[in-house]
Design a protein around this ligand. Structure first.
Ligand code: TTP
Ligand code: MG
Length: 350
């Protein structure tokens, strides 16, 4: 399964600034400082604005565009939340960027044909938890899943049945195969090849004579052949859940209830995440000051210690003033081969 959020940065900006919804939003650097566009909302893309274009050009194409500077910490936070949602499904996650990942769900679903309810559920969870839409592609391999997720953007779901790879890829321009960039596309066009099926069906000897071994690699892609495994990330930093309250909350019991709810939300993720050593509680006050409390109890966080640990952090960290937001996260993952750290120990709490 390949998951890719739609117009990621700009969708977050539209989410956080409702007055920008439905409008062309361009996230990027300053036009005067030779900034470039990181991304643009679909409304702005209609004017020809796209990633990596100079902001100056973008603003000329779309003068009514709302230019926004990126807020990387927010995007990173959303990315962490997405990760937590993915982990509810499987530990086999290969993040490609903040908003994009491969998930190996083959242990859950023997065939991509069974993926539809699971993919729909994941999209619904993403919408629920982040108010963003994702496009999902499902196929028997990474190459085809990636092309599939791009097919019906935004808010798309495309499932390619096993054996249907060639038929799915065939009519597409060769450029859709990632690995074939503008220069390769040009070379292929020079040889009369524009669509994937032309590449798939070309005589191998001719391809080698014309493009060397690369020609054969391209042809394998064109035939939808790809056996690269989903390689889980080794740089997982933090997985968290947080909640912004519609009104500030100052009652201890109510806040404790929220701490418990956050722990409950994090629990399904904990089962698939690598073992984590540190539990962090984040508290944000109405003046926007943030207090974080961490504990690293010397053993990994388990389902049993998650909630008591979180409540203890709350007791230590809360200064009694009303709160606007609380977040609970696990981090400091044991990513190296198991056995480095005892998973269970009798002294769970410091
Ligand atoms: P993408 O997934 O490539 O783009 P997108 O999510 O904005 O739009 P879509 O997937 O619907 O086509 O990249 C994810 C984010 O990465 C994007 O929102 C901004 C950032 N980014 C850059 O900063 N520079 C770039 O050149 C690209 C391509 C992306
Ligand atoms: Mg995206």
């Amino acid at each position: 399964m390949h998951v890719d959020l739609d117009a990621f940065y700009s969708s977050i900006e539209q989410r956080d600034h409702p007055e920008w919804r439905g409008k062309p939003v361009i996230v990027g650097g300053d036009p005067d400082a030779r900034g470039v566009v990181a991304t643009a909302s679909y409304e702005a893309r209609r004017f020809g604005v796209h990633s990596a274009m100079p902001t100056r050009t973008a603003m000329r194409l779309c003068p009514q565009g709302i230019l926004v500077h990126p807020r990387f910490s927010v995007y990173g936070e959303v990315s962490g939340r997405l990760r937590a949602l993915f982990l509810e499904l499987t530990p086999l996650i290969e993040p490609i960027s903040l908003d994009e990942a491969f998930l190996d769900v083959s242990a859950l679903l023997p065939s991509p044909l069974e993926a539809e309810p699971v993919a729909r559920e994941l999209k619904a969870r993403i919408r629920q938890e982040t108010e963003l839409t994702a496009s999902v592609g499902v196929a028997a391999n990474k190459l085809v899943a990636k092309v599939a997720s791009d097919r019906e953007k935004p808010d798309g779901l495309t499932i390619v049945p096993p054996g249907g790879e060639a038929a799915f890829l065939g009519p597409l321009p060769v450029r859709r195969l990632f690995g074939i960039g503008p220069r390769s596309e040009e070379r292929l066009r020079g040889a009369g090849i524009e669509r994937v099926d032309q590449l798939a069906g070309a005589a191998p000897e001719w391809l080698v004579a014309r493009f060397g071994q690369t020609g054969l690699e391209w042809q394998r892609m064109a035939q939808g052949i790809d056996d690269r495994p989903v390689t889980p990330d080794r740089e997982l930093k933090q997985i968290s859940r947080e909640r912004t309250f519609p009104r500030d909350i100052g009652r201890r019991e109510e806040l404790q209830g929220i701490v418990e709810a956050l722990a409950e939300e994090l629990r399904p993720t904990l089962q698939n995440a690598p073992p984590a050593r540190t539990l962090t509680l984040k508290l944000r006050y109405p003046d926007l000051s943030i207090a974080t409390r961490r504990r690293t109890p010397g053993v990994v966080i388990t389902e049993d210690t998650l909630k008591p640990g979180a409540l203890q952090l709350f007791d230590e960290g809360w200064d009694g003033r009303p709160l606007r937001l609380m977040g609970l996260g696990i981090s400091n993952f044991v990513l190296e081969p198991e056995g480095q750290l005892p998973l269970f120990d009798d002294g769970g709490v410091e």
